[in-house]
Design a protein around this ligand. Structure first.
Ligand code: FES
Ligand code: FES
Length: 176
């Protein structure tokens, strides 16, 4: 089917979750909006809309970015991964599984961004230290969980360590 382009719109070719896409959008449209409204990938959330919360995180060419700050014209030729591309077929990513097991998601607004940040961290650093995990999640804010369950989820995904053992370790270290 022939797609008519509105005046001022441009054509952007990119890959999203491993699938080639041809987008027609105004150059300064936010990648966040194009993903949600044009591709119906509504797993990417809007929190602040100002680059502060990380709810809109996606990976572009292997780097985590806030899609609310990315004009869609910038993704020409890029490889984008949104939260819908993290699981394979019917298999959840181990980070997603760990979030379920550890209660790392409450209202869920921050969860896609947190999961993507953790997946990105594990891709870059397969065996991260606790400090590297904290740094890896530093760009993502959560209003619900107090962060411990999220942190425990990522610990479990990284090391298959039980949250209880991690809590015990934290408490022991806190007493030192
Ligand atoms: Fe993009 Fe908050 S919505 S950083
Ligand atoms: Fe609600 Fe994080 S689970 S903002």
């Amino acid at each position: 089917m022939r797609v008519l382009k509105a005046p001022g719109k441009t054509t952007i070719n990119c890959a999203v979750n491993g699938k080639l896409q041809t987008l027609h959008a105004f150059p300064m449209e936010r990648l966040l909006d194009v993903l949600r409204e044009q591709l119906r990938l509504t797993g990417t959330k809007e929190g602040c809309g100002e680059g502060e919360c990380g709810a809109c995180s996606v990976m572009i060419d292997g780097r985590i970015v806030n899609s609310c700050l990315v004009p869609v014209a910038q993704v020409q030729g890029s490889d984008i991964k949104a939260i819908e591309g993290v699981a394979t077929d019917d298999q959840l990513h181990r980070v997603q599984q760990a979030f379920i097991e550890c209660g790392g998601a409450q209202c869920g607004i921050c969860t896609p961004g947190m999961v993507l940040a953790a997946v990105n961290l594990l891709e870059r650093t397969p065996n991260p230290s606790e400090e590297e995990i904290r740094n890896g999640l530093a760009g993502n804010l959560c209003r619900c969980t107090g962060y411990m369950k999220i942190f425990e989820s990522v610990i479990r995904a990284c090391r298959k360590e039980s949250p209880q053992r991690h809590r015990d370790t934290e408490q022991t270290e806190g007493r030192k």
